[in-house]
Design a protein around this ligand. Structure first.
Ligand code: IPD
Length: 323
């Protein structure tokens, strides 16, 4: 298949940024319309798989807006994400979450956003995440860096980019999500996640040696924003299972362009030595580590890999498959 020229890439990038801004404004208008003096009208929501998996009317409205806009780009453009089959192939593909952080949105907790990824030959190469209530727009285009609000290059601390702590995960901010699988089963994902969170948070030496003593544990409720904050360098580690390619496509592009890495959440057979590969976009299992500068003893990449292995030693395998 033909490659994209730099001009074509620029056109698609500019279009994507504008689309995210326009769609973000729709989200914000929707939120503001519920904040009037005369009380909060009930939000039009429908439960999907569980009571925490809701679709709002605004979700559908923004998706329709984005789909209509994308059709203007031309015949080589595909809008996908409406089914749970993995549809991404080598063709240019738009992978869009019109509203990521839906539960936050329903509670007017500002961590919600629109996430637009452009995937070419299977790789996310353009990403835009816009959180309108925070006024934060994250964007990246292959080879051109990752940016906050068009002007501030990511990661935020870059002169120099800080190395990862020598004894990571100690000293790291660990970001994770509780997810929508709330089954109270010993081998359910909720129990596996909480066990992993405990290991990461617990004092060193605790939990049979698995205690990681991370600096803090955070759950934003938006996978897209989790990844944006990894690219910023504000989060050191993000570990999550269960979300979908539309939650992470834009974040993949932004994190990688900022210098972060994303591999699989599930520890391999030999966490100490197995090769650290790239997480497949549709794999539903993600472990991201922020951009890292070199120290006197290792490169940034070596420190990222060391951190991945330390996380793998402490987390429990999750069980998410595709339908
Ligand atoms: C959800 C959020 C959440 C993640 C879930 C996603 P939605 O997306 O990204 O952080 O844990 O797996 O489904 O439903 O708000 O678009």
């Amino acid at each position: 298949m033909a490659q994209l020229s730099e001009e074509e890439l620029s056109g698609i990038y500019d279009f994507t940024v504008q689309l995210a801004k326009d769609a973000g404004r729709l989200l914000l208008d929707g939120a503001k319309s519920r904040m009037g003096d005369d009380g909060m009208p009930s939000l039009d929501t429908v439960e999907k798989d569980s009571s925490v998996d809701v679709v709002t009317k605004i979700d559908e409205d923004v998706e329709a807006f984005v789909k209509n806009s994308i059709l203007f780009l031309g015949e080589e453009t595909y809008s996908k994400g409406a089914t749970r089959e993995y549809l991404v192939d080598d063709l240019p593909t738009w992978v869009v979450d019109p509203l990521d952080g839906t539960v936050n949105y329903t509670h007017i907790f500002p961590m919600f956003c629109i996430s637009i990824g452009f995937v070419f030959q299977g790789e996310p190469i353009i990403g835009v995440i816009y959180a309108p209530m925070l006024n934060q727009l994250f964007s990246s285009c292959r080879g051109r860096g990752a940016w906050l609000n068009d002007t501030t290059r990511l990661p935020l601390l870059r002169n120099p980019i800080p190395p990862l702590p020598d004894n990571a995960p100690k000293g790291c901010i660990f970001s994770c999500e509780w997810g929508k699988d709330r089954r109270d089963a010993p081998d359910g994902n909720l129990v596996r996640k909480v066990e992993s969170f405990m290991n990461m948070a617990c004092e060193l030496g605790g939990r049979g040696g698995k205690g990681g003593m991370v600096h803090g544990v955070r759950s934003l409720g938006s996978a897209a924003l989790d990844l944006a904050y990894i690219a910023m360098g504000s989060f050191d580690i993000w570990w999550e299972g269960g979300c979908w390619e539309w939650d992470v496509a834009a974040g993949f592009a932004i994190v990688r362009e900022a210098g972060g890495i994303i591999t699989t959440a599930n520890p391999p057979g030999a966490p100490e030595t197995d090769v650290i590969g790239k997480a497949p976009l549709g794999g539903r299992l993600y472990l991201a580590v922020r951009p890292a500068g070199p120290s006197t003893t290792e490169t940034g990449r070596q420190a990222q890999e060391r951190t991945v292995r330390e996380v793998w030693k402490r987390v429990v395998k999750l069980d998410y498959s595709r339908p």
